[in-house]
Design a protein around this ligand. Structure first.
Ligand SMILES: Cc1cc2nc3c(=O)[nH]c(=O)nc-3n(C[C@H](O)[C@H](O)[C@H](O)COP(=O)(O)OP(=O)(O)OC[C@H]3O[C@@H](n4cnc5c(N)ncnc54)[C@H](O)[C@@H]3O)c2cc1C
Length: 493
């Protein structure tokens, strides 16, 4: 039985571990943290649980091709309830909610009733959502791999892919503000503005709404932690080993072949290494960092998605507020070079996993590249102070809209890009790649020419990344491993 070491026990590493183990390899995952999951995680503070990863899952629906793969790795099964809360998000405009529903027909009707003047443009927007609603991520096999069962993406996916290309092309030259100016209703304009960002434009909104419109993008009950625990259970039941608190320091390369890993001063010999840690941050793992054209390209074009996540434990039930809502700030919050005119709130009052009855866990995400700001604050010993200052500003703004929180905050936790960097070792603490209108939908290889026995998996290998990409790239890395070693890839049933 050939030995494989997987660096990293996030979703990509666990997926690689499961496929490699079921295909007959002797697998050890090295995970630097005390638990698995990487960015797909949540954390407990006092009696609150804060969701720091998954918000919606592509492949939650049985109709989606990814669903089978999530089941194969144990993340989903018949016992896991998936929630599809409606509306998906709402913007509170002068007391009136403007909503995006999962059901595109309901969204269309709702928005037209709010703003009959915008009927034509609302219909166009919903048409664009419908264009891509059948677009799911293709599950395919690499050429030349022997597999127990071949995966063939349905031919209909080709038509959806063509619609997607059309949509990306049509919106590549349209700025977010240009698009928003097509609408007259201030609340609708603000809803679109707050669900998109300047850099990426509006196309990602159609894709997200398209996923929801086909009945996908649900939330598995309990969120990230139990989701990951189920995958780990599957992996260990197959006989895989996972070593926690074990950071891989070096990949050992001899004569153009990966032969082992150094971890905690110990040399661990192996036949192959799969790196699932962020591909943008692999240099430190090598004495001589590997070079490849695709790696240079990745470094040149990758724009990081990062977040400051402010989590609040409130000693009050906020069940009368929506699950996800956005409101405009009276005074924008300025952080580094970012200006936040809106706050987007996830309200877990409706979910007993996140707090006890009568209490509420809230999370607020502030996107944008604030990495250098936090790095400097840390160097100048102002990090804690800056976090506190930001939290106070956010709480004050929130209290203006949710009076119940006034004086009722029991827990306040601020995670910055530095937190994610420390926790997962990701480049700039970034957990996805920003899709910009000019970016090509590039799929990077899972192996490197001239360096045998070394494979890559993880969110960075296919923009925009996220859980589905982590899942699929773990699977693909093992297909390369199987092909190179003449091993049968054991496919999903
Ligand atoms: C706030 C937030 C919200 C999100 N929402 C969603 C969502 O709704 N839907 C969605 O699809 N995605 C979402 N994502 C993105 C998604 O969580 C990530 O893209 C995905 O989990 C990445 O998985 P990965 O395995 O590729 O990488 P990671 O999660 O980064 O895992 C890498 C693992 O490797 C370990 N590691 C790194 N270096 C070493 C080393 N040298 N030795 C040993 N171990 C090492 C790390 O500790 C980590 O466990 C969200 C992320 C965040 C942070």
């Amino acid at each position: 039985m050939k030995k494989v070491i997987v660096i990293g026990g996030g979703i990509a590493g666990l997926s690689a571990g499961i496929y490699a183990r079921s295909s007959g390899f002797d697998v050890t995952i090295l995970e630097s943290h005390s638990i698995a999951g990487g960015n797909c995680t949540s954390w407990k503070r006092k009696r609150y649980l804060f969701e720091g990863g998954m918000h919606w899952l592509s492949g939650s629906s049985e109709k989606d091709s990814l669903h089978k793969i999530w089941r194969h790795v144990g993340a989903l099964d018949d016992g896991v309830k998936i929630h599809y809360p409606e509306p998906f998000i709402e913007y509170i405009h002068m007391g009136t909610p403007v909503k995006f529903y999962r059901d595109v027909a309901v969204t269309e009707k709702h928005l037209i009733s709010l703003s009959p003047k915008d009927e034509k443009e609302i219909k166009r927007m919903c048409k664009n959502i419908r264009r891509v609603r059948n677009l799911s991520m293709p599950v395919t096999d690499i050429s030349g791999v022997k597999a127990t069962k071949k995966m063939h993406p349905p031919i209909t996916l080709l038509f959806s892919a063509l619609s997607a290309i059309y949509l990306i092309k049509s919106f590549s030259g349209v700025s977010r503000e240009d698009y928003i100016n097509r609408f007259s209703h201030e609340g609708l304009r603000n809803l679109i503005r707050s669900c998109t960002n300047d850099k990426s434009g509006v196309a990602p909104l159609f894709f997200t709404m398209g996923t929801l419109a086909r009945g996908d993008g649900g939330f598995p009950e309990g969120g990230s932690l139990p989701f990951v625990e189920r995958i780990v259970k599957k992996y260990t039941a197959l006989g895989g080993t996972i070593l926690y608190n074990t950071r891989a320091d070096r990949v050992l390369v001899e004569n153009g072949k990966a032969t082992g890993v150094m971890a905690g001063g110990e040399r661990m010999p192996t036949d192959a290494v799969i790196i699932s840690a962020d591909t943008m941050a692999i240099d430190q793992l090598f004495e001589t960092p590997p070079r490849a054209v695709w790696l240079d390209e990745m470094h040149k074009v990758t724009e990081p998605t990062m977040v400051v996540l402010i989590s609040l434990g409130v000693d009050a039930s906020l069940k009368n507020y929506p699950r996800a809502f956005i409101f405009k700030l009276d005074k924008p919050i300025v952080l580094a070079s970012e200006t936040y005119a809106y706050l987007s709130v996830n309200n877990y009052a409706h979910d007993p996993h996140y707090s006890s009855e009568g209490k509420t866990a809230l999370t607020i995400q502030l996107g944008g590249d604030t990495y250098d700001f936090w790095k400097k604050a840390k160097e100048e010993n102002r990090y804690k102070e800056e976090k506190q200052k930001l939290a106070e500003e956010v709480i004050k703004a929130l209290a203006g809209h949710i009076s119940e929180i006034d004086g009722r905050i029991e827990v306040c936790d601020v995670a910055t890009p530095l937190t994610y960097e420390r926790y997962c070792g990701n480049w700039k603490g970034s957990w996805m790649t920003e899709m910009t209108p000019t970016m090509k939908m590039k799929i990077y290889p899972s192996a490197m020419k001239g360096l045998s026995g070394l494979y890559f998996a993880g969110q960075r290998l296919m923009p925009p990344g996220g859980l589905p990409v982590a899942l699929l790239t773990g699977r693909t890395a093992v297909q390369y491993l199987c092909r190179d070693t003449g091993t049968m890839f054991i496919s999903e049933d």
